[in-house]
Structure formats: C-alpha cells, structure tokens
Ligand binder design. Structure first.
Ligand code: PGA
Length: 261
C-alpha cells in the first residue's frame, strides 16, 4: 500500500480532491465510489469549489456510495443519503440518475444488495473508491470478522461502532443496528482505493491496516492485497507506523509523472 503523509487533514483532503479531479478530467465518464463520515468532508468542499470556480464537470460521472443505515429514509438527517446531498450532490452536477446509494428502506434487502452489485458492474466497475477507516478497522461498514471476499449485504454494527456514531444522533438508542454495505470484496474490485485517515486516534488502526497482518479482524488490512491502494494520512495518524521514514522517502523521490500536486 502506498502511504502519503501530509501535515494535516486539510492538506490530505486537498490532495484527495486533486486526485479525484484529475480522474474526472481525464475520464469524464468515470465511476466514483464515495464515502461518508467526518473525514472526507473537506474533500467534498474542495470538489464543490473546483466545480464552482474551475468548472470541474461531473455531468458524466456515476457514483456509488459505500453504505447506508437500514430503516432510515433518504430524507432522515442522519442518513447517508442526506449527508451526501448536503455535503456534495446538492452543489455539483452529478445527474441524479447516476447517483447510487444503498436504500436502507428496501423491502427485500438481499435482492436490493444483489441489484446494487449488478449496477456497479453495469456501470463498468468503480474507478476510484474513497474510504474512511473506523477505529475498529472497518471499511464501509465491514466490521471485524467480515469475510474478506464479502459482497454488498446487510451487516450488524458492533456496539462500539453504535457508540462511536451516537454523536451524530440524539443518543445511542437511535442508531440503527443494521446497515447495508458494499463488501470487502466489492471494495477490492475498485481499480483504485483511496483511504483517508487523520488524527492521533486513528494512528493505531492505521498501523494495523498498513503494517499488520492481513486479517478479517481488521477488514481495512485487506487493502494490502489491492494492487493500487493509497492511504492519505496526516502526521498524527502516521505516528505508530514503523516504516514511516521509508514512506516519506518514497514520496519525496516520486517520479514527476506520478505526482498529483
Ligand atoms: P469518520 O468515520 O470519518 O467519521 O472517522 C470513518 C468510518 O467509520 O469509516
């Protein structure tokens, strides 16, 4: 996995936005895999700025979000549909018909999950998947012990994740226990994965993702098997990496053509 260490979350998100904008400019009909959470918010802000000020055009882009809470309607303030609307889709020109987010209200969840997989395939597969990482090592909502070959399906959140996400709800009792999430295998099929992790509290899990053994107990560690996974992290999240000097060295010596500055 390539590790890019930036001074802070802001500059990490700027770099992520640059990578996405480069893809959108070179492949206007690209398929983006998108993530919610606090981590990528500034990245979306920068993409919105690029759309408004630099004419970054999303009119041919398709998007697939990683996950959604079961039982929350799209208009619910804590739904990931709502998050995506207020942070991104309401401000750019991705056509509504090209936006895909799992439907937490689906009557037949297994059929809906299969359909989601089919839609990703019909769109040509995901070119670039943006990911955050949970404190327990989840990507999407693939909690520890998730099959590393899993596909889009219903998952039960761990009590820890329920507690962690309670800050977005009135209290933990309001947090749905179930979610629909792309599987680890679905994520692995993306042509490129971009994981963002910032802050000291993520440093332990970042070290496990990058340098620990590949294990279902840290689903993000499966990205070590991905042929093109990049982790953009800040100094604080990098603290527990043993190969930190090498990652800096690699980046400092990157050939010009590989850079995205
Ligand atoms: P966060 O969530 O970006 O809000 O830290 C990450 C995740 O749980 O995937």
């Amino acid at each position: 996995m390539e590790v890019i260490i930036r001074t802070d979350a802001g500059s990490g998100c700027m770099l992520a936005a640059k990578m996405i904008s480069r893809l959108v400019r070179t492949k206007p009909g690209c398929v983006l895999g998108l993530a919610t959470g606090n981590t990528p918010r500034p990245m979306y802000q920068e993409l919105v700025r690029m759309h408004k000020e630099e004419g970054l055009d999303f009119s041919r882009v398709s998007t697939f979000n990683l996950d959604e809470y079961v039982s929350l309607p799209p208009g619910h303030p804590q739904s990931y549909h709502h998050f995506m609307d207020i942070n991104f889709f309401n401000h750019v020109n991705v056509p509504r018909a090209k936006i895909h987010i799992p439907n937490g209200m689906a009557a037949d969840i297994p059929a809906h999950c299969q359909e989601y997989e089919n839609q990703i395939r019909s769109a040509g597969g995901i070119d670039l998947q943006v990911l955050g990482i949970g404190l327990d090592g989840h990507i999407g909502f693939n909690e520890p012990s998730s099959a590393l070959s899993s596909r889009t399906r219903i998952k039960t959140l761990t009590p820890k994740t329920v507690e962690e996400n309670a800050r977005h709800f009135k209290d933990a009792a309001q947090v749905p226990r179930h979610v629909i999430t792309m599987g680890v295998g679905t994520i692995q099929d993306a042509r490129q994965c971009l994981v963002l992790a910032f802050g000291e509290r993520k440093s332990g899990v970042v070290a496990k993702m990058v340098e620990g053994p590949v294990t279902a107990m840290i689903p993000a560690s499966a990205l070590q098997l991905h042929r093109s996974a990049i982790a953009i992290i800040d100094e604080e999240a990098a603290r527990q990496l043993t190969m930190i000097d090498y990652y800096r060295w690699v980046y400092a010596n990157k050939p010009e053509w590989q850079k995205c500055e």
